[in-house]
Design a protein around this ligand. Structure first.
Ligand code: BMA
Length: 248
């Protein structure tokens, strides 16, 4: 692909889908900057910038440092937490935290980054199938992922004139630290691996995704191969949302 020497900034790039995307972009020759609260678990050629996405100053500083030597080509927002509860059982500050990390941080990142993106740049926000249909007890998370989808469309429309494309990816269940921590919480006697396997069986493809399978879609959407795609949402969900939960 055409990613040689491109400058990519990945919020949430230290693990999970963000890390898989960082690796995929580096393999293709891009220069990658990872902004994350945690340090990347593996060594790489990526520049790591500590960043709490709840903090406006830290986000703008991450963008400033990532663009010190050249403008930004690609921005990926892959920062997320999942808290469980209905609107009634979710505490107000818990709701605010989920929104801050999953959605407001994407606004902050794009707010700072778009003005320093080069003509022809591209943004991908990592949303979720839960923006479109959701399981029980994920009110705050689902709302935050829906926000990302609407933000994607709004930015695509506003910045088409700057030749900046903006798209969202909507993964189903992916083997990431976030999902593993959920599986641990709900696994009971079955154990984590067994729970992940059961969650995978809910997807027509019969398994959860690997993070690199989502990274492949993100990489495509960033590349020139997706040059006429903007304001779109792509599901990578193993068929999850194609299937009605009604048995024959
Ligand atoms: C993801 C997370 C996972 C969930 C999956 C499919 O965004 O919410 O915990 O399994 O969606 O619903």
């Amino acid at each position: 692909m055409d990613l040689l020497n491109r400058n990519a900034l990945i919020f949430g790039g230290a693990s999970g889908i963000g890390w898989a995307t960082a690796k995929a972009l580096m393999d293709l020759g891009a220069q990658v900057v990872i902004a994350d609260v945690s340090t990347p678990s593996e060594n790489s050629a990526a520049l790591y910038i500590p960043c709490d996405v709840c903090d406006e100053t830290q986000v703008s500083e991450a963008v400033r440092r990532a663009t010190e030597t050249k403008p930004l080509d690609w921005l990926v927002y892959s920062t997320g937490i999942q808290h469980y509860g209905s609107v009634v059982s979710t505490a107000v500050d818990e709701y605010d935290l989920v929104q801050a990390i999953n959605a407001r941080g994407a606004f902050l990142a794009c707010h700072s980054a778009i003005p320093v993106m080069r003509n022809g740049g591209a943004i991908v926000l990592v949303s979720s199938v839960q923006a479109l249909a959701c399981q029980e007890g994920v009110a705050a998370y689902a709302a935050s992922k829906g926000t990302l989808e609407a933000l994607t469309r709004a930015m695509a429309v506003d910045h088409a004139k700057d030749n900046i494309r903006v798209n969202a990816v909507l993964p189903g269940t992916v083997d990431t630290p976030m999902v593993r921590s959920s599986a641990e919480r709900f696994s009971g006697a079955d154990g984590l691996e067994q729970t992940l396997q059961q969650w995978g069986e809910d997807h027509p493809l019969g398994r959860v995704a690997r993070a690199d399978e989502i990274a492949n879609l993100i990489t495509f959407l960033l590349s020139e191969k997706a040059s006429f795609i903007t304001g779109a949402s792509y599901r990578a969900d193993g068929g999850l949302l194609a299937q009605l939960a009604v048995r024959l």
